[in-house]
Design a binder for this molecule. Structure first.
Ligand code: PLP
Length: 374
C-alpha cells in the first residue's frame, strides 16, 4: 500500500533529536528553528518528558472518559497557574482543529446562534467548522462550505460591529497572531475593542492560541499582550511537545452541560503525562521568559538586506518577509547550512523554534543566514 500523497516532502529523515538539535538517518546534525511546526515547546526528548511518558506507560496507558482521571485535574491546575486563568475550566481533546471545533460549538450552544465572524488570512485547522472559518478556499471542500461564516479584515472593528449588530453571531474567532497567514499581529487596541463588542452584542470571543499560545510569543498566550480576557481560548501544538493533545479554556460564565462535548482519546493518560511534564518544565526552566528574551534577540539580530521587506512577530514566533520567493533560500538553509525553518506563503520564512532556544543557537543561525543571503 502507498501513502495518500498530500504532503510536499523534503528529502530528510530525522531519526533522533535533543533540545533544538535533530539528526537524520545519515548522521547529519541540524538546528531546529521550526519545532515541527511550532509543536516542540520544551525541546526534543527532554529527559523529564521522556521519563514521564515511559513511567505512565508502565502504569496505565488508556481508559475512557467514563472514569476519574486525576491527571486531567492536575493538568488543569497547572495550566491555570501558568496562564493566570485559574477561574476558567478546561476541556481536553486531541488537536488544534478539534479545539477550535469545540470552541465554535460552545459559542453556538451558549448563545443559541449559528453564525461565526472570522478574519481574512486566518487558519484554524482542517476539520469541518475549523476549516469553514479558515480563509483559504483551496482547503475548503464543498461539504465544508455551507457553514454560516463571515470574514472581516483584521483590525477592522467597524466591519465586525456591523456583523454583530445583525444579532445572529455566536462567536468571533481570531488567532492571537495569525501564523499560516503570514505572522500578522492584531493591534492591541483592536483586540480590546473586539472584547467589548462581543460583550455588548452577546457573542463569545474565541482566541485561537493553537500556534501563538503556550509561551511562544513571550506571554503564555499572545492575547495577553493586549490585556484582554476571551470567553474561550483554544490550545494544541506545544501543550504536550508532540504527543497529540489539545484543549480549550472556558470562561466561568459558560455552563457545562453533560454530554455537550465529548471525545474518546481527549485527556488520555499518556497525553496527560506528556502535558504535565511539559507544564512542569515550563515552570522549572522559565520557558515563557526565555521565548521573550531569545525571541527578542533573534528578531533584533536579523540583518538588513535589500531582499528583506519586513520582520514581524513576538517572542519565538517570527516571520521574515522577503521581496521575492524564498524557496531557494530555505532549501539552502536546510541542505547547505542544516537549519530547519518554516514558511508562510511564498515569500515568508517563519521561525517557530523550540522555546528552549539559546542565544548561541541564534548566533549560529544568523551567521548561516547572512552567508545564504550573500
Ligand atoms: N489553529 C492554528 C492557529 C494553527 O496554526 C493550526 C495548525 O497549524 C491549527 C489551528 C490546527 O491544529 P492541528 O493541525 O493540530 O489540528
Amino acid at each position: 500500500m502507498e501513502l495518500f500523497d498530500v504532503y510536499s516532502l523534503f528529502d530528510v529523515t530525522p531519526v533522533r533529536a535533543k533540545g533544538c538539535t535533530i539528526w537524520d538517518s545519515e548522521g547529519q546534525e541540524y538546528l531546529d528553528l521550526y519545532g515541527g511546526h511550532a509543536v516542540i515547546s520544551v525541546g526534543h526528548s527532554h529527559p523529564d518528558y521522556v521519563a514521564a511518558l515511559k513511567n505512565q506507560l508502565d502504569n496505565i496507558g488508556f481508559y475512557s472518559n467514563s472514569v476519574k482521571n486525576p491527571l486531567q485535574v492536575e493538568l488543569a491546575h497547572k495550566i491555570g497557574e501558568l496562564s493566570g486563568y485559574e477561574d476558567y475550566t478546561l476541556f481536553l481533546d486531541n488537536s488544534g482543529a478539534e479545539s477550535n471545533e469545540n470552541a465554535l460549538k460552545v459559542a453556538s450552544f451558549h448563545t443559541g446562534k449559528d453564525r461565526i465572524v472570522a478574519f481574512h488570512r486566518s487558519f484554524h485547522g482542517r476539520t469541518s467548522g475549523a476549516v469553514a472559518v479558515t480563509d483559504n478556499p483551496k482547503i475548503v471542500s464543498p461539504f465544508n462550505a455551507n457553514h454560516k461564516v463571515t470574514f472581516c479584515n483584521l483590525n477592522d472593528a467597524g466591519a465586525v460591529e456591523n456583523e454583530l449588530k445583525k444579532g445572529d453571531v455566536a462567536g468571533v474567532i481570531i488567532e492571537g497572531i495569525q501564523g499560516c497567514g503570514g505572522i500578522h499581529i492584531p493591534d492591541d487596541g483592536f483586540m480590546k475593542t473586539l472584547e467589548s463588542l462581543c460583550h455588548k452584542y452577546g457573542a463569545l470571543l474565541i482566541l485561537d492560541e493553537v500556534q501563538s499560545g503556550y509561551g511562544r510569543t513571550g506571554h503564555f498566550f499572545a492575547h495577553q499582550w493586549a490585556d484582554i480576557k476571551p470567553d474561550v481560548i483554544t490550545m494544541g501544538k506545544g501543550i504536550a511537545n508532540g504527543f497529540p493533545c489539545g484543549g480549550i479554556l472556558i470562561a466561568p460564565h459558560i455552563q457545562a452541560v453533560k454530554g455537550m462535548l465529548g471525545t474518546t482519546f481527549g485527556g488520555n493518560y499518556l497525553a496527560m503525562a506528556a502535558a504535565i511534564a511539559v507544564a512542569d518544565i515550563f515552570k522549572k526552566e522559565n520557558l515563557v521568559q526565555n521565548a521573550y528574551e531569545v525571541g527578542g534577540y533573534l528578531k533584533a539580530s536579523i540583518p538588513d538586506s535589500p531582499l528583506i521587506k519586513e520582520v514581524r512577530g513576538r517572542g519565538l514566533m517570527i516571520g521574515i518577509e522577503f521581496n521575492c520567493p524564498i524557496a531557494d533560500i530555505r532549501r539552502k538553509l536546510l541542505f547547505e547550512k542544516h537549519i530547519f525553518t518554516g514558511v508562510a506563503g511564498s515569500n515568508m520564512i517563519r521561525l517557530l523554534a523550540p522555546l528552549c532556544l539559546t542565544k548561541a543557537d541564534v548566533d549560529t543561525f544568523i551567521k548561516s543566514f547572512k552567508e545564504v543571503l550573500g
